[in-house]
Design a protein around this ligand. Structure first.
Ligand code: OAD
Length: 237
């Protein structure tokens, strides 16, 4: 059974009004990433980090999925078990669009987690108090987003998906955290969706050079072309 790995990033949700990280108006222009998204920042000022994620959680409450999220939900229904949906996004727009099986590689905004026992609590869009404690073990509670300086346990699922799939699709990611060029290199068939031609680190290559097919469009504009390519790939011998 053919499988398609779809790895999305902040660009997927950009047209829904959620800021990306590294674009000119992105989050890391307005916040110091090491202060709000690193283990050092967390150790230094838990109140500041908690406030940052409370604002992110509140921000997604009213946001709606766009045509690209809806395409991924439609494909998952059309090809059950053949679409491996992995996202770096911590929002819930894929779920709002109707996706049921999404691997959130960098965690989820709508959950909090106990630092001691690991219990996960769904809080929806409610703010966290910095001194909240776990109802099971009284441990300290934290946001459920992976920070720089800690392991991302779900990367194991990504590695398994890379082994299982024969078509790789990257949508709306700069490739600066997960090296999508290296992933594309492991596939015979790979499609990139990004309105911008991104550089591959300091290698001098453009990321799209590692892909068989580059749709240089915003995610919602790429929807029809992408759907046709995936349909063709999964239905042809
Ligand atoms: P980035 O902000 O690094 O990259 C967003 C990409 O989306 C850029 O390449 C844009 O050109 C592209 N883009 C912008 N608008 C788009 C649109 N309408 N359609 C398609 N693409 C568009 O975001 P990520 O690569 O997702 O980690 O960032 C990876 C990780 O870095 C995030 O998960 C986050 C951050 O630090 C954590 O918070 C743990």
């Amino acid at each position: 059974m053919k499988k398609v790995l779809i790895l999305s990033g902040a660009g997927l949700s950009a047209e829904s009004g959620i800021s990306t990280f590294r674009d000119s108006d992105g989050l890391w222009e307005n916040y110091d990433v090491m202060e709000v998204c690193s283990t050092q920042g967390w150790a230094k000022d838990r109140a500041l980090v908690t406030e940052f994620y409370n604002a992110r959680r509140k921000d997604i409450e009213t946001k709606l999925p766009n045509e690209a999220h809806k395409l991924l939900a439609r494909l998952q229904k059309r090809y059950p078990k053949q679409i491996l949906n992995m996202t770096q996004n911590v929002d819930n727009l894929l779920e709002k669009a109707g996706c049921t099986e999404v691997t959130h590689l960098h965690g989820t905004l709508t959950d909090l987690r106990c630092e001691s026992c690991g219990e996960v609590f769904n809080v929806g869009y409610m703010p966290q108090e910095v001194d909240d404690t776990c109802t099971f073990c009284s441990g300290a509670i934290r946001h459920n987003v992976v920070m720089f300086g800690e392991m991302a346990p779900k990367y194991e699922n990504l590695e398994i998906a890379i082994e299982e799939a024969t078509l790789f699709i990257a949508i709306g990611t700069s490739g600066q955290v997960i090296d999508i060029s290296a992933i594309a290199n492991r596939f015979e068939h790979a499609i990139l969706v990004n309105p911008k031609q991104e550089k591959h680190g300091s290698s001098g290559y453009n990321i799209d050079e590692f892909f068989e097919y580059f749709i240089q469009e915003k995610a919602s504009v790429a929807v029809d072309e992408l759907e046709t390519l995936i349909d063709d790939f999964l239905t042809q011998e």
